[in-house]
Design a protein around this ligand. Structure first.
Ligand SMILES: [Mn+2]
Length: 353
């Protein structure tokens, strides 16, 4: 991943044959086929994953704004509300929950999602109703569920892939599109700090600044408007900090009652995993958050060595090598026991302690 000069080269994009679809010639690359398919479409739905983040929202909205420029009718869909910190993104006010979409458009684009279920329950039915499903993503664990798959795991964010796709279309990158894509890059790279951030990512960020990305607005909403409740949640979660395996693994837990007592929203817990990871000597940081339906959401982050996508996959989850997640049925103690043990095994394989 690091040091690669061309993280969004279109040549390496994985493509599955389009089953029963009037697709453009197969000699085209996936990017060319997807651009051609979208430009021919009258109406397109773009869908992104539950607990939406900056990359899935920014990528979805940028692609939507671009297709509208080309005369395509666009519906943007997310099963969850847009978090406050992203309520400045151009076009976010038009995002619909799936139940408010009248008639599934024949062309369905999924962005930043490893599989259809990441979009929420009920999207499997959409899979059957859509004539063409287009999968645009950068997760290692992507299942290539689309009829057309544009999956580039070296991209720091799905937004990098979307930008390359827009370059194949007669689209002007407006300040609104640049704002969406810059937000996606900045959030998925932890403000350009994580290992996934390449020279190409930085070049694209600079280009988006030139194209009018509204950095003061992004800065204010994304980093300087934290709800007080999220800081109270941090205070309530920090006493749970625990270390194991010689200080190589650190984790925190958030019980449902803690979330309720602080008045914090689920998305306020998402960033907490960075605290255990940031500790000197820690290779893997974990966060365990109790969900309403009696299961535990686990966030996994590593620094340099451990492939946390592999650990999450053992529990039915996935993501990236340095950032992954899974959901475990059961209580907090059970989930902590299982995942910490699996993390210890993964560390053992690398003999780092
Ligand atoms: Mn992403």
């Amino acid at each position: 991943m690091s040091g690669d000069p061309s993280p969004t080269s279109m040549e390496d994009i994985v493509m599955a044959p389009a089953a029963g679809v009037a697709a453009p010639p197969a000699s085209l690359t996936a990017g060319e086929q997807i651009a051609a398919t979208l430009l021919q479409a009258r109406r397109v739905a773009i869908v992104s994953h539950i607990i939406p983040d900056g990359d899935c929202l920014g990528s979805m909205l940028a692609l939507g704004l671009a297709l509208e420029q080309c005369g395509v009718e666009v519906i943007t869909v997310n099963a969850d509300p847009v978090p406050d910190m992203f309520q400045f993104l151009p076009g976010q006010e038009k995002i619909l929950p799936p139940e408010r979409v009248g008639g599934v458009p024949s062309i369905l684009v999924m962005v930043d999602s490893t599989d259809m279920e990441r979009a929420g329950k009920g999207f499997s039915q959409w899979r059957q109703q859509a004539a063409v499903v287009i999968n645009i993503d950068h997760h290692v664990s992507n299942t290539r569920f689309g009829d057309l798959n544009l999956v580039e795991t070296r991209a720091a964010a799905t937004a990098e892939i979307v930008y390359a796709l827009l370059a194949r279309m007669p689209v002007t990158i407006t300040p609104a599109i640049a704002t969406c894509l810059y937000t996606a890059l900045a959030t998925d790279t932890g403000s350009f700090q994580y290992e996934n951030c390449t020279a190409a990512t930085m070049r694209l960020a600079a280009r988006l600044m030139e194209q009018g990305a509204d950095l003061p607005l992004i800065r204010e909403y994304v980093w300087e408007r934290k709800p007080l409740a999220s800081i109270r949640l941090l205070a309530a979660a920090l006493p749970s900090l625990t270390l194991a395996y010689g200080g190589r693994v650190a984790w925190m837990t958030v019980a449902r009652a803690t979330l309720a007592a602080t008045g914090a929203q689920p998305e306020d817990a998402e960033g907490l995993v960075n605290y255990p990871r940031s500790i000197a000597g820690v290779e893997v940081g974990l966060l365990f958050r109790e969900l309403p339906e009696g299961s535990i959401k686990v966030s996994l982050r590593s620094k340099k060595i451990v492939d946390v996508n592999g650990i999450a996959a053992r529990f039915g989850g996935g993501g990236h090598r340095r950032a992954a997640g899974c959901v475990i049925k059961g209580d907090l103690d059970t989930a902590v026991g299982w995942v910490v043990a699996a993390t210890g095994e993964a560390l053992n394989e690398h003999r780092v302690y």
